[in-house]
Design a binder for this molecule. Sequence first.
Ligand code: GLU
Length: 286
Amino acid sequence: MTFVTRFAPSPTGLLHRGHAFSALTAWTAAKAAGGRFLLRIEDTDFTRCRPAFEDAILDDLTWLGLDWEQPVRRQSGHRADYDAALDRLRDMGVLYRCFRTRKELMALAGMAPHAGDPADIHAFAGGRLSAEEEAKKLASGQPFAWRLSLAAARQRLGGFDRLTWVEETAAPGVRIATPGVLGDMVLGRKDIGAGYVIASVIDDALQGVTHVIRGEDLIETTSIQRVLQALLDLPTPVYRHHRLLLGPDGKRYAKRDGSVTLVALREAGVTAEELKGELGFQSAYA
Ligand code: GLU
């Protein structure tokens, strides 16, 4: 089987060192395996994605010396497919509309409104409303998110114990899905329709991705995606969740920290070779 992997950034900001590490890890793995490397633009959230960021991503990856297959898949061009999957899940009865805002959830969780993006807030989603309450909120035009009901999914799948995947990097071995860690995750929204969690799973299957290589920050999302694969009859790729790069302050790089973007490094005169050396990619390929 040909090894197929991908780098799947969301153009919501400029790429930083952490993204470079991720893209290089995936690209090098594809080269080493004599496989294929895909670039996928995960731009389902049109409220946050910008074409200028997408252009910058292409420039950054070219500067790093990477190459990828054409055409590049842009998720914004395939919305109807992801929405159809969302409809399928809704028809199965495993989704519900959640009208609580992030701010409300943070308050319920006893967290400051701007405290990072803690996963635990999903535990306060509150579950399905009564038909009456829901109709009232819908009639008043309130925005909502489509959440995956883990209780309903568990029932439909007869539990999660059989949902496994192979992890090859972060504590390698066979993992059993633990979707409860993230709770009832948001899969879509009234404004944007299906979001990247579902779009990513669909595209990995559609594009024949055999190895998902990405940062450890998404390891918990894998459990949710494994549940989606089971519900939507999609194959499960092998996963490699690599370590996250930390900045001098010991914190992981964030898109909002402009000083470590690849554009800024380039402008400061850092060469791609220097960056690759620093990130540990002095291989025969990169
Ligand atoms: N689009 C996601 C992100 O930029 C990555 C999803 C993935 O690699 O599976 O965080």
